[in-house]
Design a protein around this ligand. Structure first.
Ligand code: PLP
Length: 399
């Protein structure tokens, strides 16, 4: 195709950065496709296949010709099933009309940013943070306000950390819990304190609970109930079937909020994507309604891997690494090994080049000096990865 020389793209394209995590994943996949023996620690997705009973529902949906449009906001049974799941798991008070089914968790978040954020509005985001948060705020014309959590405190977000960042213009406080990339969770008391902080302000509390069903300890349901009671319609959730049910490719997520906000999201969605995939909706319905036992098995395996990988990494001198409270990432501090003026972007490129281990640099999460290492891969790869990473840092120490 002949390229138009001076093609002008809309200015909003220049305002956002493409996802760096997806770029690393794509590079690792490209190398693997070329037959290179890569240990891929960059994956932001479960290595488990989608559980059999969920896949069968998708197959049945196709066989039954359930392949047409559904209502824009999703199948009513699925909207209700999402609300029921949150009632069962956390005691939260949402009904089906408080739910819109989206094409994945990213879309669930984008719906809210577009529905609530105007130019000049601020969205408070604790760091290290998942890059999509700030890019979506920019896309909506708002401003991301970052508040740094401390490594010494396990990257835990507290009311004290957040308070100075709140202003008249704060529209949303976005809490991702457990967090990508740190796996940090927040204690019961802190969640309540954060809810109290927001209570008298004209701001929303948005919980991105993408990794909440992959927690290594019981979720603080009572604290979230407290926040919901305090904030009422200003408490919102963006969720997804992607990580918990190993369904990243099916693209099902959900936004939960007041009916007014859900209707606003519906208007936006009706002109952008319409309903999420009908077949995937059937599969997600099964995922949410069926026995949650496969989830517990996956969580037990993630916990084993987290401990083993951390133990292996901690054998590297000067490397620090906390234990995540959930999810499938470690976020070790490797700053001791950075050369003058070097960032983890260069270090991780070298890691891939020299020992064929793919990780995501901390720079992608607004926190240089760290690497995000995913343990969503087999035990065997974890052992091989530990060997290679050790070799890499030993060589750096000698150089
Ligand atoms: N939120 C967080 C913190 C994530 O890490 C991700 C995916 O990596 C998502 C939301 C979106 O998930 P998806 O759009 O794949 O459902």
């Amino acid at each position: 195709m002949t390229e138009v020389k001076s093609l002008r793209l809309a200015s909003r394209v220049g305002q956002i950065q493409p996802s760096p995590t997806m770029a690393v994943m794509a590079e690792a996949m490209r190398l693997k496709a070329e037959g290179v023996d890569v240990v891929d620690f960059s994956a932001g997705q479960p290595d488990f296949p989608t559980p059999e009973h969920i896949k069968l529902s998708g197959e049945k949906a196709i066989a039954d010709n359930f392949t047409r449009y559904t209502p824009n906001a999703g199948m009513p049974e699925l909207r209700q099933a999402v609300a029921d799941r949150y009632r069962m798991d956390y005691g939260l008070d949402f009904g089906g009309s408080n739910v819109i089914i989206t094409s994945g968790g990213k879309h669930a978040l984008l719906n809210l940013m577009l529905a609530l954020v105007d130019p000049g509005d601020e969205v408070v985001i604790p760091t290290p943070y998942w890059g999509t948060f700030s890019e979506q705020v920019s896309l909506a014309g708002g401003e991301a306000v970052f508040v740094a959590t401390s490594e010494d405190d396990g990257f835990r977000m507290t009311a004290d950390v957040i308070e100075p960042a709140l202003t008249e213009r704060t529209r949303i406080l976005l809490i991702n819990f457990p967090a990508n990339p740190t796996g940090a969770v927040i204690g019961d008391e802190e969640i309540r304190a954060i809810g109290d902080l927001i209570e008298d302000r004209d701001a929303f509390f948005l919980w991105d609970d993408t990794y909440a069903r992959l927690m290594f300890e019981p979720a603080p349901g009572a604290a979230f109930q407290y926040v919901q009671q305090k904030l009422g319609e200003r408490f919102m959730i963006a969720g997804t079937a992607s990580k918990a049910y190993a369904m990243t490719g099916w693209r099902i997520g959900w936004t939960m909020a007041s009916e007014t906000i859900i209707k606003a999201c519906g208007s936006l969605q009706s002109q952008m994507t319409s309903n999420a995939c009908s077949i995937s909706q059937k599969a997600a319905l099964t995922a949410l309604k069926s026995d949650q036992a496969p989830l517990a098995e996956m969580v037990a395996e993630y916990l084993w891997r987290a401990k083993r990988l951390r133990e292996g990494l901690l054998e590297i001198p000067h490397l620090r690494c906390g234990m995540p409270g959930g999810g499938f990432y470690l976020f070790p501090n490797v700053s001791h090994y950075l050369r003058p003026n070097e960032t983890t972007t260069e270090l991780s490129a070298e890691l891939l080049d020299e020992v064929r281990v793919a990780v995501v640099p901390g720079t992608a999460f607004g926190c240089d000096g760290h690497l995000r290492i995913s343990f969503a891969c087999s035990r065997q790869l974890i052992e091989e990865g530990i060997r290679r990473v050790k070799r890499f840092f030993a060589a750096r120490a000698d150089s």
